[in-house]
Structures are given as C-alpha cells and as structure tokens.
Design a protein around this ligand. Structure first.
Ligand SMILES: [Zn+2]
Length: 468
C-alpha cells in the first residue's frame, strides 16, 4: 500500500505538463471568484492540471514542454458565447435600418437559401476565426436549414468548442427554399446528432434548433421537447425578440411567446431562450421556476430596434442570464467584449422598471460570459472557470496598452476599456489556437480572400445587392 502511494506521488510530481502559463493576473471565476496575481496555470493535454498562486511553493509546478510568460497580462476563462449564427458571417454589413421580420424576409432568408456547402463552411470558419481572435472559446451556433455538416467541419478544423444546431422550420410563413416537413426536419437533426455529437473528444456537440415559435408547428416543437428529454440535447430557440412577433403569437395561440413555449415543454434547464426582450412578469416567473436560460444579445436587439432585455429584473428573479453576439448580419461583429460592455451599459438605462443603476456589476457581466454561459450549455463542470480539472480553455489579454492604462480595477478594465483586439493568445482544449494574434490552425489571409469572393457571389445569387 505504501509503495502504491509512493508510486502515485512520484507520478504526480514527475508528470511532464505540456504547458505552463506563468506570472499572469488570473481571473479564475472559481466559486470564490479569486483573482490571483503572478499565478501559474499548468495544462496537461486538454485539462488544467493545477492553478498555483505565487505565494505557494513554486517547486509544485512540474517542468512543462512549453512555458508562456504572461507577465503584465490577464488570463481569463475562455469566453462562452451562447448565441451566434456563423452561417451569417458572410452577410456582414449587408443592411441597416430594418426591424427583425423585414430583415429576415428581405435579406437573411434569400441569402441563406443561396448558400452551398462550401459557402457555409467558409462563413462558419470566418466566424469562428473572428470569435477566437476576440477571446471566445465556446459557442452555441444556430446554423441554417441545410449544409450544417459544413459548420461541424469548420469547427473541427479551427479548434473551437462549438455546440451546433441546424435550424428547424416547417411553417408556411417560411420561404419554400428553407421550409421542411416536420419529419424531415427531425430526421435531419437526428442524423447530425448521430454523426457529430461528442466528436473531436467532446469538443463538438449537437443542439436542437427550432428557430422561433412562428416558424415551427406545435407538432415539431412537441417532438423537439421529447427528443431533448430522451437524448439530453439542449434546445436553442429565439424567443420574444420583437413586439410584432409576440403580437402574432398572441393572435395565433391566445398566449404570449414564452407562455406558449412553456406549454410545449420548451422552457426548462436545457433551453436557451434567446433575446427575451418582451416578457410579462408571469413569463419571467415561468423562466425562473423552470431554471431556463436567457441569452442577452444587446447589439442585435438595438440594431434591429427590438428593444432591451430586462436583465436586472431577470437577475432579481435568479434567472441564469448569459450573453450572445447573434450574427454578423445584425451586430455586425462577433466580439464578446463589445457585447459585454453594451450589456452592462443598457442595464443602467433609467426608466426600466425596478432598475437600480448599481444592479448589474462588471463581475455580473463577466459571470454571464463565463460561468453562466457554461451552466446554460450544461457544461458547468467542464468550462467557464480556471480550476483544477476543468478543460484548458483560456484567453490571455495583453493590457499593456495606452487604452487600458492605468490598471486600477481589473474587472472594470475588462468590461469597459477593452475589446477583442487585446486578446493575445487563446487556448482551447489545451491546444494553442492563436498565439501572439496568429491563428495556428487556419491561413487567415487565404480565408479572408475566400470569404470576400464567396460573399459577393451569395449577394449576387440572392439578388440582394445594393441597386446603384
Ligand atoms: Zn439569432
């Protein structure tokens, strides 16, 4: 027995860790929310082997294959973006001054319909590249109806952690080119689940993606709820985004959007309810009771003139609120730092019922983009914080810039003073996917060129170009 303990101890002490990140200011987001100065993070394979504070004995750190000196830098958990459409990355800048429903009908549906599988691959890869460059390591990605395999291939190639849903829509208000019958929609989603769920050592996962209540039949939504219960797959759905949409739901069902989704079994711990701008008090109560998750997408909500999600009221009701960037067609970038800042600023707008200026702090916002996001995706034991045993998903920020000096309060600096350009190095699943702003898994120049030419062809094919 003693010999066994001795062997185990030797093994722990002499393991050759693959990476040590030392001397950084580490924002752990662990349960105590510790911030460690001059700490070391030891990574072995895909996991964090240890987090060693500078005050602890430095001999505890085993020799690493690679050592990164993070002096003067901040290490945060990789950001978790709970709502993006990378399929729309090639639509960036296509339009302005439209509300949700005409925006979908005039631009988004025709452009998604015009895409082939290589377009979807290129668009998704470009989106993931932008997200990694701005510090996102995990995302919940709602794709279009077709070619979703291409998004999984892109995520597999670049190394991001992605939970991907194919859009499901079976109603007549959807153009024929994107409409499926109910059984096809279910069958296609299950095909993706069998092929991709837990691929790349669990880095890729499948979600169910009924796009929004109006686009889906009650039969489809009922079956989605059932499959989610049977398989454990989460459900990613837009909800109560726009006032006309909610009015249409009331006319059709005699109920508000979230009330109806609740009747259908789609308001629960496995639900990502995206936007939730227009909620009654009863609906907030239902979301809280069922432990459902809300994804706040402030840039998209402001650009499409949808309104503002009542985050302070949701937080008062103990709802798990997360952040999403939505798509490049309505944001028009995928930088979580920009949406974190906006999420904080819009929460302080006076006039919202029951809002106090101090009700949402910089720490609350960082929680939304890390631990809350991880919980919403059912991955709270794996990602969202820098802790021993968790996945090594890390974002390193270089804050030695004029725009982030002086460093008086690190959380305020992260939320209010910086953006994705401060991200220097990104590690996902223990692999360095960007180092010193150089993407290691794709050729960025070639990707940019391909994205431009593919985007121009989509615009032409969809007939949505500017008439000049
Ligand atoms: Zn969306």
């Amino acid at each position: 027995m003693l010999l066994l303990i001795a062997i185990k101890t030797i093994r722990i002490w002499w393991i050759l860790a693959s990476l040590e990140i030392k001397n950084g200011l580490v924002i752990t987001m662990d349960p105590a929310r510790r911030i460690l100065k001059g700490a070391s993070i030891i990574v072995e394979d895909d996991r964090i082997l240890n987090v060693i504070a500078s005050s602890e004995n430095s001999t505890e750190a085993p020799a690493a294959d690679k050592v990164m000196d993070a002096a003067g830098m901040i290490v945060i958990p990789g950001l978790v973006d709970c709502h993006v459409h990378t399929v729309q990355t090639l639509f960036r800048g296509i339009c302005d001054n439209l509300e949700l429903l005409p925006w979908l009908q005039k631009y988004i549906y025709p452009m998604e319909s015009a895409m082939d599988s290589e377009d979807v691959y290129t668009s998704s890869l470009a989106g993931y590249a932008e997200m990694i460059k701005s510090g996102t390591t995990t995302c919940a990605d709602m794709q279009s109806v077709r070619h979703t395999d291409s998004a999984f291939e892109a995520a597999g190639k670049i190394g991001i952690r992605s939970l991907i849903a194919k859009s499901m829509m079976d109603q007549d208000i959807i153009p024929e080119s994107l409409q499926e019958d109910t059984s096809t929609s279910i069958a296609e989603s299950m095909k993706l689940y069998r092929k991709w769920h837990q691929a790349e050592d669990g880095r890729l996962r499948c979600m169910l993606g009924p796009r929004f209540l109006q686009g889906c039949s009650e039969k489809l939504l009922g079956e989605v709820a059932q499959i989610s219960n049977q398989t454990g797959m989460s459900v990613h759905i837009h909800a109560a985004e726009n006032s006309t949409e909610v009015k249409n739901d009331i006319e059709k069902y005699g109920k508000r959007t979230v009330e109806k989704l609740h009747d259908l079994g789609l308001v629960g711990a496995k639900s990502l309810l995206v936007h939730c701008v227009h909620l009654s008090d009863r609906e907030i109560g239902l979301i809280a009771e069922e432990n459902a998750n809300v994804v706040h997408c402030p840039s998209s909500n402001l650009k499409l003139a949808s309104g503002i999600c009542p985050v302070p009221r949701l937080m008062q009701s103990q709802v798990n609120v997360t952040v999403g960037v939505d798509g490049a067609a309505c944001n028009d970038n995928l930088d979580m730092f920009k949406d974190m800042k906006l999420a904080s600023l819009v929460s302080k707008i006076s006039g919202q019922p029951q809002v106090q200026v101090s009700s949402v702090s910089a720490m609350n916002i960082l929680e939304m983009a890390t631990v809350n996001g991880a919980r919403a995706l059912g991955m709270q034991d794996e990602i969202g914080s820098i802790e021993k045993g968790k996945k090594a998903d890390l974002t390193i920020l270089n804050m030695r810039n004029a725009e982030t000096t002086p460093m008086l309060d690190v959380l305020n600096q992260i939320i209010y003073s910086t953006d994705g350009h401060a991200v220097k190095t990104v590690i996902i699943d223990g692999k360095i996917v960007m180092e010193n702003r150089h993407l290691t898994t794709v050729d960025e120049d070639a990707l940019v060129q391909k994205a431009q030419s593919r985007a121009e062809k989509i615009v032409e094919k969809a007939g949505v170009g500017k008439k000049s």
